[in-house]
Design a protein around this ligand. Structure first.
Ligand code: HEC
Length: 462
């Protein structure tokens, strides 16, 4: 029922937009064959909206294309392709750098060209299919319509460089390879919704996920953002430097590439969580011809070093502080290549726009539905304060730095694990949010998530 309503609505909307683009609005004059073809093609990719925010099509800004969700998920489990085999042939512990380079190559193939604005439109990829997680359009930080970017966590001043005075937010889009797409499709079935929110058996070995992150900042504040990879984006006016607007308006603005995150389901990491996480930071000073190559690896992690509870942070970095006691994080030690990074809790891996009190695997280990515990200890209902530098963190704090095995919930018996995928959790949370508004009632599962919105958040809880 719901899907067919959505379908009718989308069809009307599409016809309306078509007519509107050609000038004045008239009754749709579509010949029978064409309208059937349009209906068939929409029915084929039924259901999920592409984005939540976009300029009106009749605005004066010339729009060449808009974001399309890639949601035609494989129905049979795909076999591991050559590209993934090449990644899995490298030992991420003994040669982390080669592993990261291989993942980057895999993600870039068919996606990252010198036509920067037209890169990462997944439907253009001739090498291999990639997929998006549906239901990221919903809510105030939902996808915009140029590139499908969602609003991410806050970027505090001096977080990226000592000369950074503006505070803003990052904007990002993530995508999964075919093995990942297959698992997403088990949660988000098509064409008739028969959603499986409470039985998820995890991602297959060889799943590769990547996410590119952008900020509306430039080289005047963040010097390594020179020679930028720029995208148009429809973002909050209040996120634009120098704009003191508190209004909730969105406008079209340039955003610049700052970071790329990757995750690989790799069974050699099975004892520490089953995933390898890595991140790259943009460094325009490297002046590569294809600017995507200016993404330089920050490091890699395959576990949270649960026994290391000594507390240190570096939230406003002037140099990258590497912690030699960590056994499950490796950081790039070449300052010629890597601008100063804040990293995460006690120098565990985190990217330039990530929270300096957390780590990749700390946040992602909480991927479960319902969201019983928050993504970070200081956002939890039973709040755990940030431990003081130099002290040993409490057991409550270290609950967020366990090595939660893959496909295992963070809060056992209370939730279903979504195997480190926070987008999948967010998609379910958004859908339930939508459904409870539409149905004018609440779901019991929702109760446990109250106050825990899956999104990166500032220290002052929003
Ligand atoms: C403060 C919490 C937090 C930290 C730290 C964090 N992430 Fe995430 N990440 C999220 C959330 C929330 C999402 C999903 C929603 C979104 O895209 O904002 C996400 C999404 C992703 C995705 C897309 C797939 C998915 O799981 O949904 C990738 C890949 C990813 N993160 C990798 C990383 C890597 C690599 C790091 C460390 C360099 C990292 N993340 C650090 C919270 C975090």
């Amino acid at each position: 029922m719901r899907a067919s309503h959505l379908f009718i609505l989308l069809s009307c909307l599409a016809l309306f937009v078509c007519c509107k683009q050609h000038g004045k609005v008239t009754a749709p004059q579509v010949d029978q064959d064409n309208s059937q073809a349009l209906m068939a093609s929409m029915e084929d990719r039924i259901g999920f909206p592409d984005f939540g925010f976009m300029v009106q099509p009749d605005d004066t800004i010339p729009i060449s294309r808009v974001f399309k969700l890639s949601d035609d998920f494989p129905r049979k489990e795909p076999v591991i392709d050559e590209g993934v085999k090449n990644i899995l042939a490298i030992d991420f512990k003994s040669d982390w750098r080669a592993y990261m380079d291989e993942v980057k190559k895999y993600v870039f193939e068919g996606n990252a060209s010198e036509d920067y604005e037209n890169s990462f439109y997944l439907e253009d990829n001739k090498v291999r299919p990639w997929y998006h997680v549906p239901w990221q359009h919903w809510g105030p930080n939902g996808r915009e319509g140029y590139h499908g970017l969602t609003q991410e966590g806050p970027v505090d001043d001096k977080m990226l460089a000592p000369t950074q005075i503006s505070e803003t937010h990052a904007y990002a889009v993530g995508f999964y390879n075919d093995l990942g797409g297959y698992a997403i499709g088990k949660v988000w079935n098509k064409p008739e919704p028969n959603y499986s929110f409470f039985e998820f058996d995890g991602f297959p070995e060889g799943t590769v996920v990547a996410k590119v992150l952008f900020v509306p900042l430039e080289a005047d504040e963040v010097p390594y953002l020179k020679n930028p990879v720029s995208w148009d984006a429809y973002i909050y006016a209040s996120d634009i430097p120098g704009n003191n607007s508190t209004s909730k308006n969105r406008i079209t603005s340039k955003v610049n590439l700052i970071q790329m995150d990757i995750m690989v389901k790799d069974k050699r990491a099975i004892d520490t969580g089953g995933w390898v996480f890595g991140t790259f930071a943009y460094n325009g000073n490297l002046e590569n011809d294809n600017r995507w190559d200016n993404l330089t690896p920050v490091g890699i992690m395959w576990g949270n070093d649960p026994d290391h509870n000594k507390t240190s942070y570096n939230p406003t970095p002037t140099k990258t502080i590497i912690n030699p006691d960590l056994k499950q994080t490796i950081i790039n030690d070449n300052p010629e290549e890597l601008p100063p990074m804040h990293l995460g809790f006690a120098s565990r891996l985190n990217g330039p726009v990530d929270n300096a009190y957390s780590s990749c695997m700390s946040c992602h280990s909480t991927a479960q539905y319902p969201v019983v515990s928050a993504i970070m200890p200081f956002l939890n209902n039973q709040k755990v304060a940030i431990p003081e530098a130099g002290t040993n963190a409490s057991a409550q704090w270290m609950r967020w730095f366990r090595n939660v095995p893959c496909e295992t919930p963070f809060d056992p018996k209370k939730a279903t694990s979504f195997d480190y995928s926070l987008q999948l959790v967010k998609s379910i949370q958004n859908y339930i949010d939508y459904a409870s508004q539409a149905e004018k009632g609440h779901y019991s599962e929702e109760y446990w998530s109250k106050g825990h919105k899956i999104r990166r958040s500032s220290i002052v809880s929003d």
